[in-house]
Write a protein that binds this ligand. Structure first.
Ligand code: ADP
Ligand code: MG
Length: 416
């Protein structure tokens, strides 16, 4: 059964109806100033169209979202206030923020919403039941959330899931709530799924996948599935050191997941003789410490421990020769999926690999997809424009789990 669409909801009539929308407002913040500011508003922008359509149609919109990983209790550091403020700046409609999630303020503000008004609830993860493993706890929280969409005049509420970045989570606002209200799929989720379908069903070849970033074990799992689909797997970022170690190389003090070395060895074996090829860096930018101003040099990828910094050498970026090799593969690709920065791009001295890869994506004639919160932030902070890429996904983990072939609870709940 296909999920019901936002179009279907709107054409059924939403004027005066409370509509709970799960959006992805999980944006990176800069806390260094007097009040936190949003450093990459990509997810807020991507959430706008659905909110706008519902507001235009006269719905009373209640937005549910999370930010970061607070510990199941209110924590000002993780308030959605900066995200709601940015939404209010971008939006032609009014935006209010509730002081709590399903408490007195949320109930009162939800109950007095005007037609077309938009209320953002505080961070869902301020309530431990949102992410609870216990079905009963999550269910009780989902009941409270659904209760916000109850009106005295008995208008039936509805639920729209537009948070692609959270569809891989079995959380109350993503999974349990969908069985408590008529549930619909938001346009952002639809668009993201269409792109991923293209990647999995019939990618134009060569199909090049570039993987990096820091969540090594999270990202290794996807390789299993991609080995049967992609023509080239380009590996950079923090996970590359687990590959280099699996080949028997000395990686100094670089990021390494020793318990994954056997898995990586299996991948390397499985791929030899298949139609897929791993492309690993041959040179690495190593530093004396994990710091923006650390001393650094370019070292051969097979002997980081013999660089100037010896056993304390930390690999923080792929080297220039490797970046150029990656770029050549990308430029001659017809389809590119990229997840995870090639190095610690937040430090200018170690941003070159990520910049070279991003540039190559903008130069290739192929269809390009960038996934992952930090990867999206990287291309924007390095000065690239969204429209230089085929698609910038709002969901890192979600797109990886989709490509792994896993069932995604948020989609199952919508009947996808
Ligand atoms: P995404 O959000 O795009 O999925 P991740 O969250 O997995 O990406 O990883 C992003 C982080 O990876 C960045 O903050 C970057 O600094 C870090 N990173 C990249 N290369 C390395 C490395 N060699 N060592 C440590 N961290 C790295
Ligand atoms: Mg990340």
């Amino acid at each position: 059964m296909a999920a019901q669409t936002l179009e279907q909801l709107i054409s059924a009539g939403v004027k005066g109806r409370p509509v709970l929308v799960r959006s992805d407002l999980n944006v990176p913040l800069d806390d260094s100033g007097s009040s936190p500011t949003v450093t990459d508003d990509g997810r807020i922008r991507a959430s706008m169209p659905v909110l706008q359509k519902l507001s235009d149609a006269g719905a009373r919109v209640i937005v549910m979202a999370h930010l970061g990983r607070p510990k199941g209790e209110p924590d000002p550091q993780y308030s959605l206030r900066p995200a709601a403020a940015r939404l209010a700046e971008l939006a032609p409609f009014g935006v209010e923020l509730a002081a709590d999630v399903t408490g007195a303020d949320a109930r009162s503000k939800a109950g007095s919403l005007d037609d077309g008004g938009v209320l953002v609830l505080e961070n869902l993860r301020f309530d431990p039941r949102e992410t609870s493993k216990d079905d009963g706890e999550r269910g009780a929280f989902a009941d409270e959330l659904a209760g916000l969409a109850a009106t005295p005049d008995g208008q039936q509420g509805a639920y729209v899931d537009d948070a692609f970045g959270a569809v891989h989570r079995k959380h109350a606002s993503v999974y349990d709530i969908a069985s408590r209200l008529p549930a619909y799929q938001g346009d952002l989720v639809r668009t993201e799924l269409d792109v991923l379908d293209t990647l999995t069903r019939s990618p134009d070849r060569p199909y090049v996948v570039v993987l990096g970033g820091s969540k090594v074990s999270d990202k290794l799992a996807v390789i299993d599935n991609l080995m049967g689909q992609a023509d080239y797997l380009l590996i950079g970022g923090g996970m590359v050191f687990t590959f280099l170690a699996a080949l028997g190389h000395d990686v100094g003090s670089s990021l390494l997941e020793e318990d994954q070395i056997d898995t990586v060895k299996r991948y390397l074996d499985a791929v030899s003789g298949s139609d897929c090829e791993f492309v690993l860096p041959t040179d690495i930018a190593v530093a004396s410490a994990f710091a923006a101003d650390a001393e650094h040099e370019i070292a051969a990828a097979d002997s980081l421990g013999q660089s100037a910094f010896g056993a304390s050498a930390i690999g923080l970026d792929i080297g220039p020769a490797s970046a150029e090799n990656f770029a050549e593969h990308i430029r001659s690709a017809r389809t590119v999926f990229w997840n995870g920065p090639m190095g610690v791009f937040e430090f200018e001295a170690f941003a070159a690999g990520t910049r070279t890869v991003a540039s190559a994506l903008t130069e290739t004639k192929g269809f390009t997809v960038v996934g992952g919160g930090d990867s999206a932030a990287a291309v924007r902070t390095l000065g690239f424009d969204d429209n230089q890429f085929g698609h910038i996904s709002t969901g890192g983990g979600a797109s990886l789990e989709f490509l792994e072939g896993k069932e995604l609870p948020g989609l199952t709940a919508l009947g996808e």
